[in-house]
Design a binder for this molecule. Structure first.
Ligand SMILES: C[S@@+](CC[C@H](N)C(=O)[O-])C[C@H]1O[C@@H](n2cnc3c(N)ncnc32)[C@H](O)[C@@H]1O
Length: 253
């Protein structure tokens, strides 16, 4: 980590991985150990915080669907003001910070304030989910494309500008982030655009946490299961030509 200039400080935007501290990168561990202050999200908390410099100030700026969270402008302001005190600031975000992590807003705030920063990439929950389920994300013959999509727009609803042709493509592995609530509606659209309800799906909840749950199922069954489900954990939905057999519908962990 470069030395923090007393006038501008220095911000490391650190990716925390899915939650299992063994999935932190060495760079992430180094930045946490050197930090003066760490601003962390709800999904970037737990045992990963054991690596933080014991003298550092820890500030939760928790963001979690369905729960009150600090406003983005407030987070931007805190980042800038801690850095302007000449501190080494770590902004800890879950998974890989560049994937559905509102990284851009914070980069703009830092750039506008003239604060130097670095981005430390990490293990996205999408690859951690596939690894936990024992499957690859791509397949040489049947899944030559991989797409990450969000199931929620800024209002928490299913986005209204979905590229249905792309997400109903049966030769692609699709990973839906923040999609538990909207998946029943999404699945209806997928069916209407020709994706068979029997398409294999994986529901991966709290990946990398002690209460991790993985369910091998189909698009149709998962939509039924999530219809009235209470969402209490972060979860991902993967569907497409996944490398497990369509007839295996088991709770695998
Ligand atoms: C704001 S996005 C952040 C994604 C993160 N940047 C990443 O690369 O995994 C939050 C969403 O990511 C997914 N997610 C993050 N951590 C997860 C985990 N440990 N297990 C399952 N899904 C997770 C969920 O869909 C959650 O609603």
């Amino acid at each position: 980590m470069p030395d923090a200039d007393p006038a501008t400080g220095f911000v490391s935007l650190v990716s925390a991985g899915p939650g299992d501290p063994e999935l932190l990168t060495l760079k992430a561990v180094n930045r946490l150990a050197l930090a003066d202050v760490v601003l962390f999200d709800d999904l970037a908390s737990g045992p990963v915080l054991d690596h933080v410099n014991p003298k550092a100030e820890l500030i939760s700026v928790g963001k979690r669907a369905g729960r009150p969270s600090a406003r983005q402008e407030h987070v931007n302001m805190q980042l800038v003001s801690h850095a302007q005190m000449g501190r080494r600031v770590v902004r800890l975000k879950s998974g890989d910070s560049g994937i559905f992590g509102r990284l851009e807003e914070e980069l703009i705030a830092l750039t506008e304030a003239g604060i130097p920063f670095e981005i430390i990439p990490g293990v996205t929950s999408a690859s951690a989910a596939a690894a936990a389920a024992g499957i690859p994300l791509t397949r040489r013959l049947t899944a030559r494309r991989l797409q990450f999509v969000t199931g929620a727009d800024v209002t928490g609803q299913l986005p209204d500008d979905i590229n249905w042709t792309a997400i109903a493509d049966p030769k692609v592995t699709t990973v839906v982030f923040m999609g538990q609530r909207s998946f029943p509606e999404l699945a209806k659209g997928l069916r209407a655009h020709g994706l068979p309800g029997s398409t294999p799906a994986l529901f991966a909840e709290a990946v990398g946490h002690p209460h991790q749950r993985l369910l091998r199922t189909t698009v149709e069954e998962l939509a039924r299961m999530l219809q009235d489900a209470q969402v209490t954990q972060p979860g991902l939905i993967l569907y497409g030509p996944l490398a497990f057999s369509e007839s295996e519908k088991t709770l695998i962990k």
